[in-house]
Design a binder for this molecule. Structure first.
Ligand code: FE2
Ligand code: FE2
Ligand code: FE2
Length: 165
């Protein structure tokens, strides 16, 4: 693939992904403001942007077989908690941005948990262990065990956990 198109696919993916999340957040706000029909529009367009992002992702050849995808997912989570977030946390602390620092710190700890789950799943590929996963809807912590009374990362209570289908 041409150099410019390779770079542009990455730019398009970032733009479309951002648009998806921005529209999701706008939809939540529209619900809060009492405009359910506008919320639906934001959700519809969000879904369209997600389709664009997925199309670009396919063109970029990011999706491989599941064993390779698990390895990549493990690698990116490991990079996130070992290298990326520690740098972001340092910068937030240097600038006295306490809310950002707390958010980054929680995400770092959560990513470490994700990496561990991927590692386990890689080992499980040949076995018939079928864990169920629950996610903390506040911080993104995922567990393959029983739902804890309080989230170990953000202390949210057990009702904030959602089972992943
Ligand atoms: Fe789009
Ligand atoms: Fe993660
Ligand atoms: Fe949490």
């Amino acid at each position: 693939m041409g150099e410019k198109t390779t770079a542009n696919l990455k730019i398009a993916f970032q733009g479309e992904s951002e648009a998806y999340f921005r529209n999701r957040a706008f939809a939540d706000q529209a619900e809060k403001d009492g405009y359910p029909q506008i919320a639906r529009l934001f959700r519809a367009v969000a879904e369209a942007e997600a389709i664009h992002a997925m199309n670009v992702l396919r063109l970029r050849g990011i999706v491989k077989d599941t064993e390779a995808n698990l390895e990549r997912a493990f690698g990116t989570e490991t990079f996130a908690f070992e290298k990326a977030y520690p740098g972001l946390i340092r910068d937030a602390e240097d600038e006295g941005e306490r809310a950002a620092s707390i958010s980054f710190s929680q995400a770092r700890d959560v990513e470490q948990g994700h990496a561990e789950l991927y590692k386990k799943a890689m080992n499980d590929m040949m076995s018939d262990r079928m864990p169920e996963y629950h996610i903390c809807t506040v911080c993104g912590y995922v567990t393959d065990g029983p739902v804890p009374e309080a989230c170990p990362i953000c202390q949210a209570t057990s009702e904030k956990f959602r089972k992943i289908e």
